[in-house]
Design a binder for this molecule. Structure first.
Ligand SMILES: Nc1ncnc2c1ncn2[C@@H]1O[C@H](COP(=O)(O)OP(=O)(O)O)[C@@H](O)[C@H]1O
Ligand code: SF4
Ligand SMILES: [Mg+2]
Length: 356
């Protein structure tokens, strides 16, 4: 059975003029012990997906549809208080800035011991022993002494090691790590990612690793979900998604990793920007930027469908679609978008009409 199931998750923000839909029917699973990468440009909805899973969506953001199940039990409708014992015990969290997870007024030992004892039936002495061993496992030198130090006495990298220890303290089944190394010195980022991977594998904890860095995904994850405009564009085994991307957006992202292509000209080859939430185009959200747009893409939203070894939300993989010969619409569509035409369903229909 899946450890985590996210089904048709919708997250919305009430807004002066209507509602902004930030996550629009996201679905994916995480198996026990699996590392799932979540990648996509800034604003794609990665952090909101993580926040919805750990029950820390900031109001007025709210789950407006779908379900989140942990070990088969719904957790999306529990509310803040009922989620408290699950956060920590079943789902650990690691954020970009280690200081958001640590209390500056308490020693790291006190925070570890309190977390352990809040969730597990062990004595103070046993909890302290476990805390020292966690700090050792996360690579804190002289853990017996450092356990009585305060967060500010640790360097940024050491602090994030402490946060990893804290996230693992109650032996959760799932760790949600949101850009865990983005705030750290580049020279230690790889070490911290490797550590996270190793300690989670050793304990059989699954990880949802949110990052905008495809290189990290390639080295760390079993599968990857590529997000775009609050939707999943493609999901599949890491090797296949990287080497045979099925969604044009994934191909574009791959083209923008310097290490994976010798052709540096191809850097940042995706023209344009992700749409704002109040201007998501009809049909496929990627259609204004996609070099392969055809008529159907402007009016009908593609769901995830089988595409070789992965699944992609792209009509190019609808075996029943006779799209060949419709390619010229891409040029006309991009012209209209460049001329500032609004991405409304009506505008899309009119382009489809003109081209027919
Ligand atoms: N409090 C909020 N009110 C309105 N929109 C928000 C709020 N928080 C996030 N968003 C929007 O939700 C989208 C996804 O955000 P986020 O999940 O943080 O993206 P990512 O982590 O992929 O960079 C963005 O367009 C962002 O502007
Ligand atoms: S559905 Fe159409 S616009 Fe969207 S990615 Fe596929 S080809 Fe491009
Ligand atoms: Mg984010």
């Amino acid at each position: 059975m899946s450890l985590l199931q996210v089904k048709d998750l919708v997250v919305e923000f009430p807004h002066r003029r209507g509602t902004l839909r930030a996550l629009d029917r996201i679905s994916f699973d995480i198996a026990p012990g699996e590392i799932l990468g979540v990648v996509g440009e800034s604003g794609a909805g990665k952090s909101l997906t993580g926040a919805a899973i750990i029950g820390l969506l900031e109001p007025p953001g709210r789950v407006a549809g779908g379900e989140i199940l942990l070990e088969g039990q719904r957790i999306d409708n529990l509310g803040f208080e009922a989620m408290r014992p699950i956060r920590g015990r079943k789902i650990g969290a690691i954020f970009q800035d280690p200081l958001t997870s640590l209390n500056p007024l308490y020693t790291v030992g006190r925070q570890l011991v309190e977390t352990i004892r809040a969730h597990l039936p062990v004595s103070e002495a046993e909890a302290r022993k476990r805390a020292i061993s966690l700090l050792q496992d996360t690579g804190i030198p002289a853990a017996e002494q450092r356990i009585d130090h305060f967060p500010h006495q640790f360097s940024g990298g050491m602090r994030q090691r402490v946060v990893i220890a804290l996230a693992l303290a109650a032996e959760p089944k799932l760790i949600v790590a949101d850009e865990p190394t983005t705030a750290l010195d580049v020279s230690i980022q790889a070490q911290i990612i490797q550590l996270l991977k190793q300690v989670c594998k050793e304990r059989g904890a699954a990880v949802m690793l949110i990052t905008h860095d495809m290189g990290v995904i390639a080295e760390t994850c079993d599968r990857v979900a590529v997000m775009y405009a609050g939707r999943i564009a493609e999901i599949g085994p890491v090797h296949e998604v990287i080497h045979q991307p099925a969604h044009p957006y994934t191909s574009g992202l791959m083209g923008s990793i310097p290490d994976m292509t010798s052709d540096r000209e191809r850097l940042n080859q995706i023209d344009g920007a992700m749409p704002r939430l109040n201007a998501i185009p009809a049909g496929c959200a990627y259609n204004p930027r996609c070099p392969r747009t055809f008529a159907r893409c402007l009016v009908e939203r593609p769901e995830l469908m089988h595409a070789g070894a992965t699944r992609a939300a792209c009509w190019l993989h609808d075996a029943a679609d006779p799209h060949v010969g419709q390619a010229e619409i891409a040029a006309r569509h991009h012209e209209a978008m460049a001329a500032g035409e609004r991405a409304t369903p009506e505008a899309a229909e009119s382009i489809v009409e003109v081209t027919r």
